[in-house]
Design a protein around this ligand. Structure first.
Ligand code: ATP
Length: 141
């Protein structure tokens, strides 16, 4: 497995879980959130943890965003920020941008502006748990 440079923007439950996993697997991980408390909580679980508004182009540029291989845009509620940050990440030439969507229309916009993959974490986990419950033998005791 080749190790890459990841940037995770938005440290809600989804973003922080993705970042911790990537970091525990030995990757370089930059995490960014506008909320200083969220950033502090992640300090031990990322290579760099930075407080910044990711819609601020100058801030992203100064963090060297264009050098990262993969960006995870884990902002759900603030659709406008999610769209702006996804657009900036693609404009900066990040090869693979994965973004979290709130709903179908949000996902459509994210794909239109260049997201390589759009995820619905709660929906996808629900499908997985449903399949697991059917394929496992938990009721066969
Ligand atoms: P989850 O369900 O994974 O907990 P969520 O979709 O409820 O996430 P949001 O409230 O959308 O989470 O935000 C995720 C994080 O993104 C928050 O910690 C928030 O501070 C951060 N965030 C939102 N907008 C920006 C921005 N412009 N720049 C940096 N961080 C941001």
């Amino acid at each position: 497995m080749s190790f890459r440079q990841f940037v995770v923007i938005g440290l809600g439950r989804f973003g922080s879980s993705v970042a911790k996993t990537l970091y525990s697997l030995g990757n370089e991980v930059l995490v960014i959130d506008k909320d200083e408390e969220k950033v502090q909580e992640m300090a031990d679980f990322a290579t760099h943890a930075v407080q910044a508004d990711a819609t601020d182009e100058a801030a992203l540029r100064s963090l060297g965003i264009r050098n990262f291989d993969v960006a995870v845009i884990a902002i759900g509620d603030d659709v406008q920020s999610s769209i702006m940050v996804t657009l900036l990440a693609k404009e900066y030439g990040i090869k693979y941008v994965i973004a979290k969507a709130q709903n179908e229309l949000h996902a459509k916009v994210l794909y239109k502006i260049g997201a390589d993959r759009v995820v619905f974490p709660e929906r996808e986990m629900g499908v997985r748990v449903g399949h697991n419950l059917c394929s496992s033998n938990i009721l066969e005791y």
